[in-house]
Design a protein. Structure first.
Length: 270
């Protein structure tokens, strides 16, 4: 009385709530596919992050370095009375490592006896421990007998594979600019050498950075597998170059006129 009889597979309550073996196998297969797909997506995301992170740092590194160089060059002014602007082509082994020396007004005084005029140098230096190269900036905001020394330095780009500076006089591009000892000017006094004096109208900056600084070392060769570098280029125009060059030209003309005027009385007395 009040009891339900258990029914078999003929459509009773227990039979309706159960799963068949085929349904369980299909469910397990679908779950396996979902888990495999989720793992593949997660793994792809981790690999992409591993590849993007060093390149994102590289892009930021290059952006900051190029911006600093360009800002200094746009406000460049003569370095000293002996040489206004110096750019030297240089190699360290097989790596392009050009030097750049000039003065700039892109500086905010921070200490006593400092002005807004600052001597600046850009150069490449090798780390002897790691064998890698870095780009450095030297700044000296105080008056010094030698404008090519003194001040403090800071690293503005790491994992450098090359730095190249090219200089324009408004017509041609040159690999070097300025002459510290006057030897080239004396040897080529009969030639028109616009890149030996004054300041360039513009400087073309080429920065080569390691595209994957975290690449693994090859076990067979013992050296790191280096991928092709990422190249960054820009051109910075020197806003004060024309004014400076005109002033230098006027001073030179005045000197020539005074020299000619001084020789006139001797010529007239003969």
């Amino acid at each position: 009385m009040g009891k339900q009889s258990r029914k078999g597979s003929g459509g009773g309550p227990l039979a309706a709530a159960a799963f068949t073996l085929i349904e369980i196998m299909i469910s397990a297969a679908l779950m396996s596919l979902i888990l495999v797909a989720a793992y593949l997506c997660l793994n792809a995301g981790l690999v992409s992050k591993k590849m993007i992170e060093p390149r994102a740092d590289l892009l930021q590194n290059a952006r900051v370095a190029v911006a600093l160089i360009s800002a200094d060059l746009r406000n460049a002014c003569p370095l000293s009375k002996d040489y206004a602007f110096l750019g030297m082509q240089r190699m360290i082994g097989a790596v392009e490592a050009d030097n750049l020396d000039f003065a700039t007004r892109n500086y905010t005084p921070r200490h006593a006896r400092e002005g807004d005029l600052c001597d600046v140098s850009y150069y490449v230096e090798k780390n002897e421990e790691t064998g890698r190269f870095s780009l450095w900036r030297r700044r000296n905001p105080t008056l010094a007998p030698d404008p090519l020394t003194g001040g403090g330095k800071e690293q503005i780009a790491r994992d450098v594979m090359g730095v190249r500076f090219e200089y324009s006089d408004g017509v041609d591009w040159y690999d070097n600019w300025g002459d510290t000892k006057g030897q080239e000017k004396a040897a080529n006094s009969q030639k028109d050498q616009p890149n030996l004096t004054g300041m360039p109208e513009a400087v073309r900056i080429t920065l080569l950075l390691d595209s994957n600084p975290k690449s693994q070392t090859n076990s067979a060769t013992g050296e790191r597998d280096i991928e092709p570098p990422v190249v960054f280029k820009t051109v910075a125009r020197l806003n004060l170059a024309e004014i400076s060059n005109n002033d230098n030209g006027s001073a030179a003309a005045a000197s020539d006129d005074s020299g000619a005027g001084g020789s006139t009385p001797d010529g007239g007395s003969n």
